[in-house]
Design a protein around this ligand. Sequence first.
Ligand code: FDA
Length: 318
Amino acid sequence: MGRFAPAFRSAAGERRAPAIGLIDRAFVSALPLVPKPIVGKFSARYIAGATLADAVREIRALNAKGILATIDILGEHVTQLSQAERAKDEYLQVLEAVQTNGLDSNVSIKLTMLGLAIDPEFCYRQMRAIVEEAKRRGNFIRIDIEDSGVTDATFDVYRRLRAEFDNVGAAVQAYMRRTQDDVTSFIEMKANLRLCKGIYVEPRPIAWKGRGTINANFAYALRRLLAGGCYVGIATHDERLIWETERVIRDLGLDHSRYEFQMLLGVDEELRDVIHAAGHRLRVYVPFGKHWYAYSMRRLRENPKIARYAAMAALRLK
Ligand code: FDA
């Protein structure tokens, strides 16, 4: 886990801490002590499975309901370029599988899985090959946004790719103080952006703290991006922000083709159905792969109820 260990505490988790109570907080803090098989059992709902075939099956089911997908291979911060090269090859296989199975799914990628933290130029070349192949197959690549240590490098790679390709998009985090400046420059590029709150734990000098402030910054960025002509993926399960989105869309008189909602697999399926039934475009983030542990822990941190069950199950084992 290395430097990613602190990321177990999500921005959302921090904000909810007083509301979830001492007992739930204690269970959330105990999560790293829970044996891996138990974490696996409780996080299965957030992950399609270990293989590409599992992801294809999950996406087929979503598509049958009229829901779009974005497919993600689990993994981040590789330490060797050979691992990054393997990841690139796996992503090329994903693009092939999406096309041959006739799936309605684009692809999400974390650049540290393609070697960003080791050699940004190498990472750019890997990404260029993937985006070019996606273009050839009529698909789209979304670059996930990771911790602040790699934000500048991520946006550099994105800007270079965007100068050449129109089938690539990035993501911004509403909890970052820099985000409104990034939004300004992305509007100039007419970027295709995912807007999310942000999942990593960032220090106060660079990140807004407090649910109300982060939500206000989310709503402000959303309004600016949509008014500025960007296509926006609104990635949230927060009912208040979904209401904000409906308000902005109404105010600006936008039709459904200008944005989409995005949700994570396994989270609040009732809300997912409500958004879909209202006629909005909806995309579900479908992760799969062997490296499921870090992702699962982040999801469990966001869901104290399930974290508590996992911790209790671990206690019963002992
Ligand atoms: P909030 O955390 O306030 O959650 C709202 C409600 O959703 C909760 O009250 C709860 O009911 C429900 N909920 C949320 N998480 C849950 C869970 N795990 N289990 C059960 N219920 C849950 N972050 C990032 O830094 N970089 C990225 O690239 C992305 N990419 C991304 C893609 C997509 C499609 C989504 C939906 C999210 C991301 N994120 C992300 C994560 C994002 O930044 C954020 O941490 C989570 O979405 C949680 O924030 P919400 O906006 O959902 O609000």
